[in-house]
Design a protein around this ligand. Structure first.
Ligand SMILES: [Zn+2]
Length: 381
């Protein structure tokens, strides 16, 4: 019988004190917008609203910023009672990896555009690299509710060798949820094994975090279609032993191949298709109502050319759930001026603002749902 030296014994004892390490380090997503609710929001209408609510209007430019000031960061309490300041600033190569991840989405030819900006005030997407805080992002338009000095995304580990984590976090920023939480996946978890695996390093998750990020099925009104895509970049990999159903993943790992899947690409192109130039858009004539001849889930862009500088109103009419946004064309870019979302509410979207003579504006309307689509119209006056 072999005996252990005292140092080996000590190492073994210390090893025993450590929880077993789990093979994967996972994203810990932040929430999207609350679901539309209320007695009049159910069935088809709830699905139409909730499956799109987190998504940006197509044509949106998402400006992103990397925290870079010495004061950017936060003080964390350590287990021994001391505290330490941890920076949000990232190393040059980490920022470069995130830029590359934005490019992976941009090169699909989407209607969304991404632009790095030098200050947080100009940015919708604000990215930190705080070590020990995990990797996460808020989901889609929920970013708009985050205060300007707060992160909307954190990259908590080296992504130069793990670009998929950066692509995945940007996927959340674009409004996509975890694919392994798709209610149509048919996944049945060995729940206690999942809790135990995620309680171990490197994740060290509470049961609540594990439930929120893995075990909780998404509300089926938030999911478009019924397809489950285990190859999605929004799907975590799982080692054997955590999944009871589908049967094949009991013994073999569920390992997405990496990068954007064919289904990811089809989905994002469907939601954010490439856009025509402003001068090719139809014009919305002053004080003439125009029917929104688009299907639920679609959007329309219309050009406005005010002949006088004054206050105007823009609104939808009819029983419909719409998101309206008005942009001004400035040097080929569309600058956001005002927006209103009436989805799930018993009212119409409406904007009031001053428009300048001689300038070109674009009114963008997304129809979530209309009880009778042909009876929904938009007008400015
Ligand atoms: Zn995630």
């Amino acid at each position: 019988m072999a005996t252990m030296s005292s140092s080996t014994r000590r190492a073994a004892a210390e090893g025993d004190a450590q929880p077993p390490r789990y093979a994967y380090h996972y994203c810990n997503v932040r929430p999207g917008l609350p679901r539309a609710a209320g007695p009049e929001v159910f069935g088809e209408r709830a699905s139409a609203i909730n499956s799109l609510r987190d998504k940006w209007l197509n044509g949106t430019e998402l400006a992103y910023y990397f925290y870079d000031q010495p004061s950017d960061g936060q003080t964390v309490m350590l287990a021994d009672g001391s505290s330490r300041f941890v920076s949000w600033a990232g190393a040059a190569e980490q920022k470069q990896a995130v830029r590359k991840a934005f490019d992976a989405w941009a090169k699909l030819g989407l209607g969304l555009r991404f632009r790095e900006v030098p200050t947080r005030e100009q940015a919708t997407v604000r990215i930190g690299f705080m070590a020990g805080d995990g990797s996460w992002s808020y989901v889609g338009r929920a970013l708009l509710d985050i205060a300007a000095d707060e992160r909307t995304m954190n990259i908590g580990w080296d992504v130069t060798q793990d670009l998929d984590t950066a692509i995945h976090e940007i996927g959340h920023t674009l409004g996509f949820n975890h694919e392994h939480q798709n209610p149509f996946s048919g996944i049945v978890w060995d729940e206690e094994k999942v809790y135990a695996a995620l309680a171990a390093p490197p994740n060290n998750w509470s049961r609540q975090k594990t439930h929120f990020n893995i075990l909780r099925k998404l509300d089926d009104t938030t999911v478009e279609g019924t397809t489950w895509d285990p190859e999605s970049v929004m799907h975590y990999p799982f080692g054997p032993g955590l999944i009871l159903q589908p049967e094949k993943f009991r013994a073999e790992p569920l390992q997405p191949p990496g990068g954007l899947s064919a289904h990811d690409i089809a989905q994002v192109r469907k939601i954010y298709p490439g856009q025509p130039p402003v001068n090719e858009l139809g014009e919305l004539v002053l004080a003439e109502s125009r029917r929104l001849q688009i299907a639920a889930g679609q959007q329309i862009d219309l050009r406005l050319k005010p002949q006088r500088t004054r206050n105007y109103q823009l609104a939808t009419f009819g029983e419909a759930d719409t998101l309206l946004a008005l942009f001004e064309e400035v040097g080929g870019d569309l600058k956001f001026r005002a927006g209103d979302d009436d989805s799930g509410e018993d009212r119409n979207a409406q904007l009031k603002l001053r428009l300048q003579r001689g300038r070109t504006y674009v009114l963008r309307a997304r129809l979530y749902y209309a009880a009778a689509a042909a009876e929904t119209a938009v007008m400015w006056w």
